[in-house]
Design a protein around this ligand. Structure first.
Ligand SMILES: [Zn+2]
Length: 270
């Protein structure tokens, strides 16, 4: 599943190539995505110039003159910028033309979305109740501490709750809790400010490390030369069941909670 680092990488990649270019056409091959794509989307976009691409949580916002396109990659979506003579593949559902380039949305499982808004995208119902951006300054130990005082539940599910903080997917939650030395099932309202400060910093570090290496799970992002835009980062606990902990050599444990895999070291994480 595309996670925050892949979405960030996609934003940067698409922006570098398509910024300040104008839409010259579009084709919707499949409207039945997570939300039905409006039929007249290509007409709405025709002649509009893309002036900025930003990420909010795992949404990609393409700012055009007169409105914005809010894109989510869902479970299996990807955006590629290609030359117009590149053959269309199965599951390429949406094509937007920018002169001799195409922005293609590919999504075998169709959980992604393409939504147009004439208003501020940040006020759109998809985005307006999203929590803090983990890479921004306002996300810190004090924020997490304050948000968790009156909440029940364990820390792992809370840092994966998009109403508190966006974009901390399962892999990143596992890795940052390991780095911070916090047991994934510790009650969130019983963690000190000092430990939250460490956790907030580790969440930032883990996400940045992944962004700088192009994302961990992305298998389908290619730059315009067709080169894959990802490298696997060094994971310390995720997927490492039974392997020795990098800090204490004891075996990494694996449990499944709420259908999500949790990996941790019972010695290093308390
Ligand atoms: Zn350990």
């Amino acid at each position: 599943m595309p996670e925050l680092p892949e979405v960030e990488t996609t934003c940067k990649g698409v922006s570098r190539i398509l910024n300040s270019k104008t839409v010259t056409g579009g084709i919707i091959h499949e409207r039945r995505l997570r939300y039905e794509v409006e039929t007249n989307l290509p007409d709405k976009l025709l002649g509009k110039t893309l002036y900025e691409i930003k990420r909010r949580g795992k949404y990609i916002i393409m700012f055009f003159d007169g409105g914005s396109l809010i894109i989510h990659l869902g479970m299996s979506g990807s955006l590629r910028v290609l030359s117009t003579n590149t053959e269309k593949r199965k599951h390429d559902h949406i094509e937007l033309f920018f002169g001799n380039l195409i922005l293609r949305f590919h999504d075998p499982r169709r959980f992604g979305s393409f939504t147009w808004t004439d208003h501020s995208p940040y006020e759109h119902k998809l985005l307006k109740s999203l929590g803090a951006e983990p890479l921004e300054k306002c996300f810190d130990g004090a924020y997490l501490y304050q948000k968790t005082r009156n909440r029940r539940g364990h820390i792992k599910s809370l840092i994966m709750n998009a109403k508190i903080v966006v974009g901390v997917g399962n892999i990143y939650a596992n890795e940052s809790l390991f780095e911070a030395g916090i047991h994934p099932h510790r009650q969130a309202n019983r963690i000190s400010l000092k430990r939250y400060s460490r956790l907030a910093q580790k969440i930032k570090d883990v996400l940045w490390e992944s962004i700088l290496s192009g994302g961990t799970t992305l298998r389908d992002f290619y730059d315009k030369d067709g080169n894959p835009g990802y490298f696997k980062t060094k994971l310390k606990v995720y997927g490492k069941e039974g392997q020795p902990c990098s800090a204490c050599d004891r075996p990494i444990k694996h449990i499944v909670t709420g259908q999500r895999a949790t990996y941790y070291c019972s010695h290093c994480q308390r």
